[in-house]
Design a protein around this ligand. Structure first.
Ligand code: NDP
Length: 501
């Protein structure tokens, strides 16, 4: 896999037809229903990771901009236009947002593909999940209720589920339109207002979405967007006393820093963090299906998935047969290509910093004595492409086995039996997801119960919830849940009312 990547004609045509939005000189933030530049006038560049060409810049929002956005969100929170809106109307607005996302799905998917390199097929899928998530939460405002609690004749006791206030949303670059809905939809369904801080290298789709939200009946100031650096805008949002909750997706290290800072003002915090998820293949599995699923697990979105199945465990007796199938699948379906070419499953990694980080892990792998079965370096001569890489001869203590690489790199080991598979799968600080490949029902259920992870797929990898299932991490993969009722409760607080009769 050393061929150079040249953009095929289809992709070149797609690039000529790119939405004007990504080519504009610079985009604007959204505060209080108005488009604004950063108070400092400064901007941040954006780069297409497949071509290394410049895209529209975004404002470099800082503390002053965050303060303005939080003030706007606080004003909107108590404004009767939002605070007094009927639950039915709020539900209809969420459905309207789903409509708008559906209508503009191709445009938003293209913006993300160009801005952060995920294949169009992947970003399109994320947009489909996005609209479904808004539809799921559109049903909740009319059902979000407290309870009447039994009491004697002298009292009436009941509870109310109330919104928290202003929610700060901070998330990562690897799936801007994939990660936002699980936070924004329940926050709005519960009646909160929000300040969004997208990742600095992948903010364009959020700014375009904000333009589209302005065409719905959402009152001004309910959704605000401040672009900028994590160390500036992000930190200011987490530290702001006017923010009631931070919903965060990102690395475990940053998540811990966010939680520490949020403690000063005792904000609620939910954290969706990193992973080093196991894919476990038993000898009785459908090995062709397993090879496809395992390859997708560590190569999908160029391995930049929090749920990436980057640790592969194969039952000893089928190791050779499975590795041959896996290599064939990697070659046939996962050769990197232009994200805009239909059918591409692996694009470039998302930005230069990530390219350097993944490259350094490949050096570390060699230094630690891992064997490079395939890949192991840059793919092509331009763009931030990394060759799909499989490593074996790895030991449990190696950094490439323990740390999240967040690139198209899998590490392969074998196991002897079910107990050994469970022990190795759980030998990690993370616990976000796992996939198990077996045709034995007992093995499937035993593994599903024993694996310490928030999501376990059996005979598949990667299907995400469209709002209706809780998604969260065990151990150092997160705190709290997104999705389902758990994901809605995370945006509410309970009030007890005691009336003396
Ligand atoms: P980071 O933690 O570096 O950044 C995430 C977001 O936090 C970005 O918007 C970033 O801003 C911002 N940020 C950075 N520093 C601070 C700070 N001190 N205070 C407040 N905000 C800050 O993660 P990456 O962007 O590198 O994303 C990759 C990580 O995200 C991986 O570990 C991956 O596993 C995880 N992830 C988890 C998911 C889950 O649901 N569990 C889903 C997807 C990804 P800036 O843009 O300036 O860096």
């Amino acid at each position: 896999m050393t061929a150079s990547v040249s953009l095929p004609p289809v992709a070149e045509a797609a690039r000529r037809a790119l939405p004007a939005f990504v080519r504009a000189r610079e985009q604007m933030m959204w505060i209080g229903g108005r488009q604004v530049a950063a108070a400092s006038g400064r901007t941040l560049p954006n780069t297409d990771p497949a071509t290394e060409e410049a895209l529209a810049g975004v404002p470099r929002g800082e503390a002053a901009d965050v303060d303005a956005a939080v003030r706007a969100a606080r004003a909107a929170f108590t404004d009767p236009a939002w605070a007094g809106m009927s639950p039915d109307r709020r539900g209809r607005i969420l459905n309207r947002i789903a409509d708008v996302i559906e209508k503009h799905a191709d445009e938003l998917a293209t913006i993300d593909s160009v801005n952060m390199g995920a294949p169009h097929r992947v970003t399109t899928h994320m947009l489909a999940e996005a609209s479904e998530t808004f539809r799921y939460y559109a049903g909740w405002p009319t059902k979000l209720s407290g309870v009447a609690v039994p009491a004697g004749n002298d009292h009436m006791l009941y509870t109310r589920k109330e919104p928290l206030g202003v929610v700060g949303v901070i998330w990562a670059w690897n799936g801007p339109m994939g990660q936002l809905p699980g936070k924004l939809a329940p926050a709005l369904a519960a009646g909160n207002t929000v300040v969004l801080k997208p990742a600095e290298t992948a903010s364009l789709s959020t700014l375009r979405l904000a333009e589209l939200l302005a065409t719905t009946d959402l009152p001004a100031g309910v959704v605000n967007v401040v672009t900028g650096l994590g160390s500036e805008a992000g930190q200011a949002l987490v530290g702001h006393p006017g923010v009631a909750k931070i919903a965060f997706t990102g690395s475990t290290a940053t998540g811990k820093a966010v939680q520490r800072l949020a403690t000063d003002t005792l904000k609620r915090v939910t954290l969706e963090l990193g992973g080093k998820s196991p894919s476990v293949v038993f000898a009785d599995a459908d090995l062709d299906a397993a090879a496809r699923g395992v390859a997708a697990g560590f190569l999908g979105n160029a391995g930049q998935a929090c749920v990436a199945g980057s640790r592969v465990f194969v039952e000893e007796g089928i190791r050779e047969e499975f590795v041959q199938k896996l290599l064939k699948t990697m070659e046939a379906a996962f050769t990197p290509g232009d994200p805009l070419t239909p059918g591409t499953l692996v694009g470039p990694v998302s930005n230069k910093a990530q390219f350097d980080r993944v490259s350094s892990y490949l050096d570390i792998a060699r230094q630690e004595g891992a064997n490079v079965v395939t890949g192991g370096g840059r793919f092509g001569d331009h763009g931030y492409f990394i060759a799909p890489t499989l490593l074996d001869n790895v030991r449990p203590g190696m950094r490439v086995v323990r740390e999240e690489i967040f690139g198209p790199v899998g590490v392969l080991s074998t196991f002897t039996d079910l107990d050994d598979a469970i022990a190795q799968a759980n030998d990690t600080d993370y616990g976000l997801a796992a996939s198990v490949w077996t045709t034995n029902l007992t093995t499937a259920h035993r593994m599903a119960a024993a694996i310490e992870a928030g999501t376990v797929w059996v005979n598949s990898w990667g299907q995400m919830s469209t709002g209706n299932l809780p998604f969260g991490g065990y151990k150092q993969s997160g705190l709290g849940y997104e999705g389902g009722l758990e994901g809605l409760d995370a945006y509410t607080q309970a009030k007890a009312v005691r009336i003396t009769l």
